[in-house]
Design a protein around this ligand. Structure first.
Ligand SMILES: Cc1ncc(COP(=O)(O)O)c(C=O)c1O
Length: 403
């Protein structure tokens, strides 16, 4: 029984996690409100506007009366456009029946788990990784089993042996985030093939979180869904958020086998009825219309990446890979913490904020440290900060590190 005046909440709500990056944001805003300059490297949002043709597409749809309910799985025009776009980029045959439109990419995580995971089922997921995976697995009653990354020559690599070692008879699902938040890592083809082989051998299904699929500066993205036998056991998480600077619009999709997509569409009926009707029309414009806005976003991000990577590597005690994708950097700061005599991530973060104004997330915002993890990492997002401020902020960080 709850104490008088208090309400007793459901047990499951205690298992729900959160995105602690938002707490870092709140602290940075509070520091700014005291009159200090803040260099916001903490949040994976963009400070760039949504391309004008997409904005106009939404206004046009509102004026045309696209303001009522629409089909639960999405308007046919958007489902068709997504099936064509993702089908072409993945080399996989998808039709509209393979697409369930969502209010953002994030809901795909929960709906994938609700569709496929029974209580007690084990789910492998990346750690460090997007914190919502662990939160949703545990909330829905599954067992969250993390797998890590190891530093390679050019970027982090998946610890495929650790993935295999973590598989038990209760393992049902794997969450695979390629291109990866927070490391910026991109799985080489051999790594994707090894993971696909494991999932086939152990009869697992995959959530392929491709939120950063088009945020890449050279080469091309590869999906596990494209490999033989994988289309039938993979759900792709697609989002308009990053590529088109549409984080606040809330538009994404689940793309996968028809039978699973039908269940996900039934979850849509139960949860939001439909994704906002006129926003779906903006999505049609984003995919089918002029692409110069998305190209410009990528150009700006690439310039920021180059400046940020170079400057981070000039800071004593910091080493950083140069990822070809995403808008995240995951520098090793073990040496910096030693130089400054800082014992914990929180001490580092607070000291950097208060003494330089530079705000960032640490490794612990992306999951609990794994056993044996000896090096320290932080995440810099360069999506929400212009080049001049990147130079200024990282210049201050360098000076601070040197003293
Ligand atoms: C790896 C990853 N997956 C999914 C999402 C969710 O994207 P959306 O904003 O479209 O819900 C994010 C957002 O930051 C992300 O980093």
């Amino acid at each position: 029984m709850s104490a008088p005046g208090t309400v007793s909440v459901a047990e499951r709500i205690g298992r729900l996690g959160t995105e602690t990056a938002f707490a870092v944001s709140a602290e940075a805003n509070e520091w700014r409100s005291l009159g200090h300059t803040v260099y916001p490297f903490h949040l994976g949002d963009l400070d760039l506007p949504t391309p004008e043709n997409i904005v106009e597409g939404a206004f046009r749809a509102i004026r045309d009366g696209k303001t009522g309910y629409c089909p639960n799985a999405g308007i046919p025009e958007l489902r068709e456009a997504l099936a064509a776009d993702i089908g072409a980029s993945h080399g996989v045959a998808y039709g509209p029946e393979n697409v369930a439109v969502q209010p953002g990419g994030k809901p795909v995580i929960e709906k994938f788990l609700l569709t496929l995971m029974d209580p007690g089922d084990e789910v492998l997921y990346p750690n460090p990784g997007f914190p919502i995976y662990e939160s949703q697995i545990e909330f829905i009653g599954g067992v969250a089993k993390p797998y890590g990354f190891v530093p390679g020559e050019k970027n982090f690599l998946l610890d495929v042996d650790a993935v295999e070692a973590a598989i038990t008879p209760r393992t049902k699902l794997v969450i695979f985030n390629n291109l990866h938040n927070p490391t910026g890592a991109e799985s080489p083809p051999a790594e994707i093939e090894a993971l696909a082989e494991l999932t086939l051998k152990h009869d697992l299904c995959v959530l392929s979180d491709e939120a950063y699929w088009d945020i890449r500066y050279s080469g091309r993205s590869r999906s596990i869904a494209s490999l033989p036998g994988m289309r039938e056991r993979t759900v792709v998480l697609y989002t308009f958020s990053k590529k088109f600077a549409m984080t606040g619009w809330r538009l994404g999709a689940a793309i996968g086998p028809k039978a699973l997509i039908a269940h996900i569409a039934t979850l849509n009926v139960n949860q939001e009825s439909c994704t906002a009707h006129f926003i779906q029309w903006a999505g049609v414009e984003a995919l089918a219309g002029d692409q110069s806005g998305a190209e410009e976003i990528l150009r700006v991000l690439e310039e920021r990446r180059d400046v940020a990577v170079n400057l981070l590597n000039e800071i004593p005690g910091v080493t950083c890979f140069r990822p070809e994708a995403t808008f995240y950097l995951f520098p090793n700061v073990t040496g910096l913490m030693e130089r400054k005599g800082l014992a914990t991530y929180d001490e580092l973060r607070r000291a950097a904020l208060e003494q330089t104004g530079v705000s960032f997330c640490t490794r612990l915002h992306f999951g609990r440290a794994l056993p044996g993890e000896a090096q320290s990492y932080v995440r810099f997002a360069y999506s929400g900060i212009p080049v001049a401020e990147i130079r200024e902020g990282l210049g201050r960080l360098k000076e601070w590190a040197q003293t």
